[in-house]
Design a protein around this ligand. Structure first.
Ligand code: PHE
Length: 353
């Protein structure tokens, strides 16, 4: 290689160094953030492609006598660049930190936002309380379907066509074959068709009836209970209900069974609880009677067991159905069922057991 080449001789080298320093100074004017400083470091000091490294590589073409001086100058340049980069980097980082603190500054004097705490819907609260009470007695949950056919909602429950009991519940028909279930009792049939006794289930769910006033809504919820096993009697029903109402309405609540009629139970009963407001003395809630009707129940009609292929000479059972909104209204003093369905948080937010 031509040793007189101006970039190679030591005079040429020093002007080359000055040029590099000038270039570096110029570039450092705009390297104001740590990313740009990093790029500059790569540009000058990268071990392969860096400008300073390429100076080192040129050592080969330096005359032997000048090699030492050349090397010293390259190292000096390198140290100079390193020092500069270090102080630029420090400045850039300080600036970045300052900007970050500025942008993340928190004004602790701004008044806090009010956190609105949600609560479960009263229906859900009551349903959960009922499930809790029965789950402790070994019941399992079965969730039936809201769309049923005539067989499951009526016929299998011993309510054949033209049976007067059908008038008790005005039905929404979806078609000739399908209807919206009027009672969770339809679930009893599905359970007994698919499970052998012993059976012990709770079935909460929505039901539908063409009925609409302050205490009735076309859509409401029930909780069905069904127990089938050997030797089940009405006494078992009352025993479990006694425990249930104490959990739901408080210790000391008693039950009273009155004869009633449902086609799928025989005998059938209407169950009252002693008024949990006045303790039985008589008040507005219990209309002076000391008792409040809360559910329908009875011993499962033999015909219903047989409809489901269960031998009614071996097995017997009891069933009950309770209205969830009705209990919520009684417990929380709600006088219109619509309040439970209007989703007005001012109302619903007040009810939190
Ligand atoms: N299904 C009845 C109703 O909706 C309640 C009930 C359930 C009665 C189970 C007896 C046994 O009124």
């Amino acid at each position: 290689m031509d040793s007189t080449n101006s970039t190679n001789g030591s005079a040429g080298a020093s002007s080359r160094f000055e040029e590099i320093m000038r270039g570096f100074r110029e570039r450092s004017q705009t390297a104001l953030d740590s990313k740009k400083v990093y790029e500059l470091r790569k540009m000058y000091l990268d071990s392969k492609a860096g400008i300073v490294s390429s100076l080192m590589k040129q050592m080969r073409s330096i005359p032997a006598a000048e090699k030492a001086e050349y090397g010293r100058q390259v190292n000096q340049l390198k140290t100079w660049i390193l020092d500069n980069l270090a102080s630029m980097d420090q400045k850039a980082r300080e600036e970045e930190l300052r900007a970050r603190y500025e942008s993340e500054k928190i004004d602790i004097t701004i008044p806090g936002k009010k956190i609105l705490r949600g609560n479960l819907h009263p229906d859900t609260q009551v349903r959960n309380q009922m499930i809790d009470a029965f789950a402790g007695m070994g019941f399992e949950i079965y969730e039936g379907a809201e769309i049923e056919n005539d067989y499951y909602n009526f016929t299998a429950l011993n309510t054949p066509k033209d049976h007067p009991a059908r008038d008790m519940q005005d039905t929404f028909y979806l078609s000739n074959d399908f209807l919206l279930r009027t009672q969770t009792s339809s679930g009893q049939i599905h359970v007994m068709e698919s499970h052998k006794p012993p059976i012990k289930i709770l079935s909460p769910g929505r039901v539908f009836r063409s009925d609409d006033d302050a205490t009735h809504s076309p859509m409401f919820s029930q909780m069905e209970g069904l127990v089938v096993d050997r030797g089940i009697t009405l006494c078992d029903l009352q025993g479990m209900l006694d425990e249930f109402v104490q959990k739901l309405f408080g210790a000391g609540t008693r039950t009273r069974l009155r004869p009633s009629y449902f086609p799928f139970t025989e005998p059938s009963v209407e169950v009252d609880v002693s008024c949990f407001q006045c303790g039985g003395k008589g008040c507005r809630l219990c209309k002076g009677t000391g008792w409040i009707e809360i559910l329908g129940a009875g011993v499962v009609n033999r015909k219903v067991l047989e409809n489901c292929g269960i031998d009614s000479d071996v097995y017997s059972g009891f069933a009950f159905g309770i209205g969830i909104e009705r209990v919520a209204m009684l417990k929380y003093g709600i006088n219109n069922i619509k309040l439970l369905f209007e989703s007005d948080l001012r109302t619903l937010g007040q009810i939190n057991d």
